[in-house]
Write a protein that binds this ligand. Structure first.
Ligand code: NAP
Length: 307
């Protein structure tokens, strides 16, 4: 019987592991299908407090994990494939390993949706990014492309005009999902160009290991052309990793955990941390803070129950 199982090993999960391990709760962390979470997909992180020179995303998340392990946190690879949160102790299946636990901290994150092109996948962290706040700064005076037609695309494109010499929004339709106000704001920005009814067929240049351009196809005319790009940003949505908890805790229409105050979910003893609940901030520092909150709540919950 565990006191706490933490689902996910990104910034939120690893920080929850530090706190619960230091509280002698001997946490077990299920590392998940993307160990290290979103940070493992980035390069330099310059906005995490305490690193004046910046730190590589994978190093940052690995350091937090090491810190947790130094206090006794245990890590197992693999994802939670089954969960029974209907009664306590909660029961989890971590890829064949069955675990019973008094509390669960769900820090399984939200995965960025990608186009799925081979060239795009090879260049993640080398010009391909899913986070303008994280990586926009690296494209000062450069050519930036944003893919998507929702509020995130408009917001991130507007933000990226602070850095780029131009920002092109590529959207697969003529109509936009974005709210009128956000769309109007982007349209009024002279640095933003719209390429509608257009899809990206390839990101160049996987051979060089850096983004140099894209191949575009106009869906109406069939015209194919290349365009020079330095920073390629995907804003086509995120998918919260909550499938395994569906029907067991309250989720919103998009699958994000609904908070019941602090780090609490609809089930007593189950807590949330990080992007699995947060569709707004999605930063390493807010995820780390949420991991701390969930750990403190789990600790108090166990104490109140006499453990
Ligand atoms: P979204 O509204 O789901 O929009 C995703 C966009 O990506 C859509 O335009 C979609 O195209 C496109 N897309 C999806 N898959 C694609 C693919 N494989 N290839 C090309 N394009 C693809 O996601 P979001 O913009 O991240 O917004 C999510 C939620 O957060 C929304 O409720 C939004 O209002 C909210 N949000 C609010 C703010 C704000 O108010 N400040 C800022 C950001 C987000 P189609 O339209 O053709 O499907």
């Amino acid at each position: 019987m565990r006191n706490v199982v933490i689902v996910g090993s990104g910034c939120a999960g690893n920080t929850a592991a530090i706190y619960t391990a230091r509280a002698s709760l001997n946490p077990l962390v299920a590392a998940g299908h993307e160990p290290g979470g979103q940070l493992s997909l980035t390069t330099l992180v310059e906005n995490f407090p305490g690193f004046p020179e910046g730190i590589n995303g994978p190093d940052l998340v690995e350091n937090i994990k090491k810190q947790a392990q130094s206090f006794g946190a245990e890590y197992v690879s693999g994802s939670v494939t089954e969960a029974d949160l209907s009664s306590r102790p909660f029961r989890l299946n971590i890829e064949g390993q069955r675990v019973e636990t008094r509390t669960v901290i769900i820090a399984s994150g939200a995965s960025a949706r990608w186009l799925g092109l081979e060239s795009e996948q090879k260049l993640i962290g080398h010009g391909v990014s899913s986070c303008a706040t994280c990586d926009g700064f690296f494209y000062r005076g450069k050519k930036i492309m944003v893919v998507g037609g929702g509020d995130s695309a408009m917001e991130e494109a507007s933000f990226l005009t602070r850095f780029g010499s131009e920002v092109a929004i590529v959207h697969r339709r003529d109509e936009f999902r974005a709210s009128k106000i956000m769309l109007d704001r982007a349209r009024a920005n002279p640095k933003i160009k719209f390429l509608t009814s257009t899809v990206v067929e390839e990101v160049y240049d996987a051979g060089k290991g850096v983004v140099t351009g894209v191949k575009l196809r106009n869906l109406k005319t069939g015209e194919i052309r290349d365009r020079e790009v330095d920073g390629f940003f995907l804003t086509i949505g995120h998918i919260p990793n909550t499938k395994v908890f569906r029907g067991q805790i309250e989720l919103d229409a998009d699958g994000y955990i609904v908070s019941h105050g602090g780090a609490r979910t609809s089930v007593q003893g189950v807590f949330h941390a990080g992007d699995v609940q947060d569709r707004v901030y999605r930063q390493a520092i807010t995820a780390a803070a949420a991991g701390c909150m969930a750990a403190v709540e789990a600790e108090r919950f166990l104490e109140a129950e006499g453990h």
